[in-house]
Design a protein around this ligand. Structure first.
Ligand SMILES: [Zn+2]
Length: 182
């Protein structure tokens, strides 16, 4: 079991810390999964951020918006890897990875990544949660920097973005000059 926060009065499943610890524990390459056919289970793209936060907290990965995006891209003939390190020796796992295009896509949960529109501060122990989200945000910025330095295009999508918009942004990045110049 990963270490748990001292305070447990707030019902928000997994901590950011445990997510990070989990990712650090994964030996190189074990996060790779093959291209998959997403199941037919219905996932709503835009239910409430609270629901999103809860799902994110409970499952860590494979959230509804992320799965909906994967399914939509797959249906449009796009092929990609899921939950994979874009750069093998860099301990950062992207949600959707297009190796040839050097495009890494992250679908960021509104709560955990501090969406300016939907992040609501916990009423209890606000400083504690604020610090956790700020840690995530700085890690996100660092991830963009590190991957960009390695020649990758990084696309971060808020989970509240509409599915159509998300698909358009991914496909736009796949044909952008930044990608083509690689
Ligand atoms: Zn949001």
């Amino acid at each position: 079991m990963p270490p748990q926060p001292a305070k447990r009065s707030i019902i928000v499943g997994r901590s950011v810390t445990s997510d990070i610890l989990d990712s650090l524990r994964s030996p190189a390459g074990t996060t790779r999964r093959s291209i998959e056919h997403v199941d037919e289970k219905r996932e709503s793209w835009a239910s409430s951020p609270a629901t999103r936060a809860s799902m994110r907290a409970n499952r860590g990965r494979d959230t509804g918006p992320e799965m909906a995006l994967r399914r939509a891209l797959h249906a449009r003939g796009r092929r990609f890897f899921v939950n994979r390190r874009p750069v093998k020796n860099l301990r950062r796992t992207a949600d959707i990875v297009f190796p040839r295009a050097h495009l890494a896509v992250f679908v960021d949960g509104c709560f955990w990544h501090g969406c300016p529109e939907h992040h609501t501060m916990a009423r209890t122990n606000a400083a504690y949660w604020r610090a956790k989200v700020e840690t995530n945000r700085s890690r996100d910025r660092e991830t963009v920097q590190l991957l960009t330095q390695q020649g990758w295009t990084v696309l971060r999508l808020w989970e509240h973005v509409s599915l159509d918009d998300a698909v358009a942004q991914v496909e736009g990045a796949l044909v952008s000059p930044a990608v083509n110049s690689l």
